[in-house]
Structures are given as structure tokens and as C-alpha cells.
Design a protein around this ligand. Structure first.
Ligand code: MG
Length: 161
């Protein structure tokens, strides 16, 4: 039996600003600040899309959905996941597991982790117990520690179906 496994990584940073919806992994969570972006600024979904697309050897998110295109303005990042999934499926691939670290000083993720994992699992057509999300604080240093930005790092494992 031959194994057809592919691994990919994605990283994304967004600045934080007051009075922006705080989208994390497709879930809007209560927060005084939210990510600035051309789309909804969901760093977790952007990192995941790049990990999934990268594993499949496909163009990255910025190439598929340019951040200077009017059609992508304030667009829900769930749309990007739907397209990334369609593209990998058209290559005969499926998602096996996803793991994400979100570095952010605020908001605290713990109360929302389960909801976010469930939403990510839906978006990438994978079992919920194969999706994980960890929150890390910025320890009050650097742009993340000063609540100026959040950064997501994601790893995706795909397999030929
Ligand atoms: Mg982004």
C-alpha cells in the first residue's frame, strides 16, 4: 500500500483595531478590538487556507483572492475556505488534520475554542477531533504582546482520496 500524504504550512498576521468584528476561525467573538483587513481579516482561516493550498501545491490565498480586488472587500473568509476545499477536492485530495496556533494578547480564546474548532471542521469537511486550535499570549512584549496584531500559524495534512 502506498501512502499519498501532503503537508502544508500557513502563516498570517493582521493588525488589531477598535470597532472591528473579531473573526477567529469563522466565529465572531466578543472583543474590544478586531483584525483590520481587506476581507474580514480572519487570520486563522487565512493561515489554514494557505496551509491546505500549500499542501496541495496550489497557488496561495493572496493569488486566488487578491486584497486589492473590490469583490473581496469585507468578504467572509469562509468563502476562501470553500474555494480552497473545492480546489483540493478537484485534485483528488482531502483534509486529514489541521492544527493552528493563534498568538494574540486579546481576546482570550478559551471560551470559544470548541465553537471555533467545530466551524473549522465544517469549512474543511473534516472531523472535529482532527482540528485543533491553541491560543498563546504575546507575554506583553512585541506587537502581539502590545495588542497591536494577532498572528496565526497553521499546519495541514492532506491525503489522496
Ligand atoms: Mg490575512
Amino acid at each position: 500500500m502506498s501512502l499519498d500524504l501532503r503537508i502544508g504550512v500557513g502563516v498570517d498576521v493582521h493588525r488589531l483595531a477598535p470597532d472591528r468584528p473579531c473573526m477567529v476561525g469563522g466565529v465572531e467573538i466578543p472583543s474590544d478590538v478586531g483584525p483590520l483587513g481587506h476581507s474580514d481579516g480572519d487570520a486563522v482561516l487565512h493561515a489554514l487556507c494557505d496551509a491546505v493550498l500549500g499542501a496541495a501545491g496550489l497557488d496561495d490565498l493572496g493569488s486566488l483572492f487578491p486584497n486589492d480586488a473590490a469583490v473581496n472587500k469585507d468578504r467572509p473568509s469562509a468563502d476562501f475556505c470553500t474555494e480552497a476545499l473545492r480546489q483540493i477536492q478537484s485534485k483528488g485530495l482531502r483534509v486529514i488534520s489541521l492544527d493552528v496556533v493563534l498568538e494574540t494578547e486579546q481576546p482570550r480564546l478559551i471560551p470559544y475554542r470548541d465553537a471555533i474548532r467545530t466551524r473549522i471542521a465544517e469549512l474543511f469537511a473534516v472531523d472535529r477531533d482532527r482540528v485543533n486550535l491553541k491560543g498563546k499570549s504575546g507575554e506583553k512584549v512585541g506587537p502581539i504582546g502590545r495588542s497591536e496584531a494577532m498572528r496565526a500559524t497553521a499546519v495541514a495534512l492532506l491525503a489522496g482520496s
